[in-house]
Design a protein around this ligand. Structure first.
Ligand SMILES: NC(=O)c1ccc[n+]([C@@H]2O[C@H](COP(=O)([O-])OP(=O)(O)OC[C@H]3O[C@@H](n4cnc5c(N)ncnc54)[C@H](O)[C@@H]3O)[C@@H](O)[C@H]2O)c1
Ligand SMILES: O=C(O)C1=N[C@H](C(=O)O)CCC1
Length: 242
């Protein structure tokens, strides 16, 4: 297939380009400052004319334009960008009226497994205190990570209540039972680590995922693009195509 990649020169988009080419897909590498062999993102509509899907690892503010372009071109839209606001989510819903749209905070299959085991752990230990820690490279803009938000939502679902998300801790306060601590670290070139800790009386359960390479995200995103090719228009979750 012919994959258009927005963010093709970025940390993750460049891995998507490499993964797609390793699978013998043709790639339309989109860039705001195109080099030879790359396509100008300003001409996205023209670039999508010959594409079979758009894969996006850019910035949240670009999502509405990219979603509209994918819908206009009639191509599936795979979104890895995180930190999406209500406007971006509404644009995804609008595009899903015309094409398949799949947005995932984390395209690593191991994180999908982590989400399942976190739900099972919280259901088994509903009275245990939950704390989340995420660590990413020093170039990451958004905090907490999109994956952390997905994990927090999974904890809430398993607990059957919306826990009070306490971002960091300082001062003189006792922990409330209905809290979940959220701790964010930004350092070095860390590709992505997420830990959920469940602590009760005299025992702790720690569930952790660590990405060793961005290639794991790229593989999941290309899998998603391949599997959306014959789907009807609508919103899809990564688990729908695993
Ligand atoms: N879902 C996942 O599995 C997953 C994995 C890794 C990263 N991400 C997310 O992907 C996004 C990109 O992360 P990254 O580390 O690759 O970032 P990056 O900064 O390395 O790359 C961003 C790319 O977007 C381009 N860009 C910047 N502003 C733009 C604009 N206004 N319009 C169009 N393009 C623009 C840049 O030129 C660059 O190519 C982040 O939101 C990150 O959280 C998601
Ligand atoms: O490197 C990033 O940025 C990542 N962001 C995603 C998130 O926000 O959860 C996934 C992991 C890597």
């Amino acid at each position: 297939m012919r994959l258009a990649v927005a963010g093709a020169t970025g940390r993750t988009g460049s891995e998507v380009v490499a993964e797609a080419r390793d699978r013998d897909h043709a790639v339309v590498a989109l860039s705001r400052d195109p080099d030879e062999g790359e396509h100008d993102l300003a001409d996205l509509d023209a670039a999508l004319d010959a594409a079979d899907a758009l894969v996006d690892f850019t910035v949240p503010e670009a999502t509405p334009d990219h979603a509209a372009a994918a819908a206009d071109a009639g191509v599936p839209y795979v979104v890895g960008t995180t930190g999406l606001d209500d406007e971006a989510e509404a644009a995804l819903d609008a595009a899903a009226g015309t094409v398949p749209v799949l947005a995932a905070s984390n395209f690593a299959k191991g994180v999908q497994a982590l989400l399942r085991v976190v739900r099972a752990g919280v259901e088994a230990l509903p009275e245990y205190d939950a704390e989340l820690t995420e660590t990413h490279h020093d170039g990451k803009r958004d905090a907490p990570s999109g994956t952390a938000v997905s994990l927090l939502d999974a904890i809430d679902e398993a607990r059957g209540e919306a826990l009070d998300r306490t971002y960091g801790r300082e001062g003189d306060h006792l922990r409330e039972a209905a809290e979940v601590g959220v701790h964010v670290r930004r350092a070095g070139t860390v590709r992505g680590e997420h830990e959920v800790l469940l602590a009760g009386d005299d025992e702790v359960l720690t569930l952790t995922h660590r990405a060793e390479s961005r290639r794991v995200f790229a593989a999941g995103a290309v899998d998603a693009a391949e599997r959306l090719a014959d789907r009807e228009a609508g919103r899809y979750d990564f688990t729908d195509v695993l």
